[in-house]
Design a protein. Structure first.
Length: 567
């Protein structure tokens, strides 16, 4: 902004004054009370104005000694906007630039106004909670009394007494301590320290990276070391072990730990929605969709408006082939947060299963427009293009995304799929192999499957072992259609027609409804002359049509596909 910032004592913008000498924000001489993190965030935006600050830079400025996720920053922006009376859809103060960051909209004027330093300043901004209504009322009274001439000493005494009242009393709320709290450790209870460790673990978990997930597990275990009956930490451990199994090629022990810790969380708090949600996720990654739905419904009964639970339910119903129900849950989630990108992608997947490939692509593009780095949206956009027979478009989609995220395993897998559908089997096989060789990337079981099935001379023993592993999961109670579908691919590659169709029938019974996934897959082309295969396709089309007729909400998604508000 040109001025020497060492001389600036306050900034004036629009109808607000940020007095950094006294650490206050004023509007018409009335103070707006901000939590510490909200205040630090506002200072960062004001001091950098009119520059645009990326999310990463803002996180480093406001949380210099901690690693946080994008969602934490978004929630802090939301809280600051609420305190200032700002509107995200028509911002007056804070503007969000999609995919780039945030900046202050008003022009900022710098001033140097030396006020007489108060005898003592009580740093109430250190309390990172919502403002205390009683406190605001009392300080308003004090301001009026001070104008009548009471001495500064009386004011200081009142402030000190108030500070003692607010901070020294016993606190039973386990959610009181945030990860950014600064109270000395010897003043905290074991439960408060456990909660602090839990919140830090949750932040690492939400970064969705293998190393961060391991750190999250360590923090959750530290929390339980301080309080062995702390239910949220058990729920956190359950979700982290589920993620270890699902995203990062975990072992069988991770599945057991995920389920066990979820039940531990329920044992210590059977009214915890997070505990039942953790159990639902653990069941899902174990392949038990019906059990997962029941656990999520229990979580929803305890927290009826929980967006993540509602979104998860839509996704799982979709995997079960109950597409009309899935569409209803997607709509409920979007009613809570119209710009929720995870639900946008879930809705796109369900619409694709219903055969509405162009509408599905519109929702995937909406998700990408809303959050360009949400790679699942790009992946599923390419998959929808494959289902539409747009093989070159799918190749272009994945190649474009890989220019920014080089060697990303999921995007590379999508590119390999596209080449395979396009008849370039040798190139597809090479990419599947490259994904496996890059140990730093997660290797999905499906990648190994497709690597084996696209080889010029398939390794018979390896394929047999993989088939036995898939069958074992089904025998153990998994009701995921994908397992049966993969077995059908194996038998189709081995030209065992009846076995391939037998497992396709099982996949349909388990919820497979996407006709194009069977009709267009290169490995199933040899089955097209079979009467059994023709009957199976006819049955799938009938089921897909029935789900379309059951759904009364398709018009909503057709209308909203072009009207999703940006956050």
């Amino acid at each position: 902004m040109g001025e020497n910032k060492t001389k600036v004592t306050r900034y004036v913008f629009d109808d607000l004054i940020l007095d950094i000498q006294q650490g206050r924000v004023l509007r018409n001489d009335e103070e707006i009370y901000l939590p510490k993190l909200s205040y630090d965030l506002l200072v960062s935006l004001v001091e950098s104005s009119p520059a645009l600050l990326s999310q990463q830079v803002l996180m480093e400025k406001v949380w210099p000694d901690r690693v946080i996720g994008d969602e934490t920053l978004k929630q802090r922006i939301k809280l600051l906007r609420k305190s200032l009376g700002d509107d995200a859809s028509a911002p007056r103060y804070i503007e969000a630039i999609r995919g780039r960051g945030y900046r202050l909209r008003p022009k900022v004027k710098c001033e140097c106004v030396i006020n007489q330093a108060p005898a003592a300043i009580v740093d109430l901004t250190a309390n990172d909670h919502f403002p205390n209504i009683t406190y605001q009322q009392l300080t308003g009274i004090w301001r009026r009394i001070s104008k009548l001439g009471l001495s500064l000493i009386v004011g200081l005494s009142l402030a000190t007494l108030l500070y003692s009242h607010l901070y020294s009393g016993p606190q039973q709320d386990t959610g009181r301590l945030t990860a950014g709290a600064t109270a000395p450790a010897d003043m905290l209870t074991s439960k408060e320290i456990a909660n602090d460790y839990y919140l830090k673990g949750k932040e690492y978990y939400q970064r969705y990276r293998e190393l961060d997930n391991s750190i999250a597990i360590e923090f959750f275990q530290k929390a339980l070391g301080k309080d062995p009956e702390f239910s949220p930490a058990y729920a956190g451990l359950s979700q982290a072990y589920s993620q270890q199994l699902f995203q990062f090629n975990g072992e069988e022990s991770d599945r057991i730990k995920a389920i066990d810790n979820a039940y531990q969380a329920i044992a210590f708090d059977n009214n915890s929605a997070d505990a039942y949600k953790a159990l639902g996720i653990a069941y899902y990654v174990s392949g038990w969709l019906s059990k997962s739905i029941n656990a999520h419904l229990k979580a929803l009964s305890l927290a009826p408006d929980n967006l993540e639970t509602i979104s998860n339910l839509g996704f799982i119903y979709s995997e079960q082939g109950k597409l009309a129900q899935a569409i209803n849950w997607h709509k409920k989630a979007l009613a809570i947060e119209p710009g929720h990108v995870v639900t946008m992608v879930h809705a796109g997947q369900t619409l694709s299963q219903l055969g509405h490939q162009q509408l599905a692509q519109a929702w995937f593009r909406k998700a990408i427009d809303q959050q360009p780095d949400y790679l699942l949206a790009s992946y599923h956009l390419g998959q929808a293009q494959l289902r539409s027979g747009q093989y070159q478009k799918a190749i272009d989609t994945y190649q474009g995304a890989l220019k920014r995220y080089q060697h990303h395993a999921l995007l590379s897998e999508g590119l390999a799929d596209s080449y395979f559908y396009n008849g370039q089997t040798g190139l597809a096989h090479k990419i599947y192999r490259d994904i496996i060789h890059r140990q730093e990337n997660k290797v999905l079981p499906r990648v190994r499957l497709m690597f084996l099935l696209t080889a010029p001379e398939p390794a018979t023993d390896d394929i047999a072992d993989l088939a036995e592993s898939l069958k074992s999961s089904l025998y153990e109670g998994s009701d995921k259609a994908g397992l049966s579908y993969h077995l059908a691919l194996i038998y189709a590659r081995q030209q065992q027609e009846q076995q391939a169709i037998r497992y396709l029938v099982q996949a349909v019974e388990q919820g497979l409804t996407q006709v194009s996934k069977v009709e267009q897959h290169p490995l199933f082309q040899s089955l097209k002359t079979s009467d059994s295969f023709k009957r199976l396709l006819a049955r799938m089309k009938l089921k897909q049509n029935q789900e379309n007729q059951l759904s009364s909400e398709l018009a909503f998604f057709q209308t909203k596909s072009e009207a999703v508000p940006l956050g």
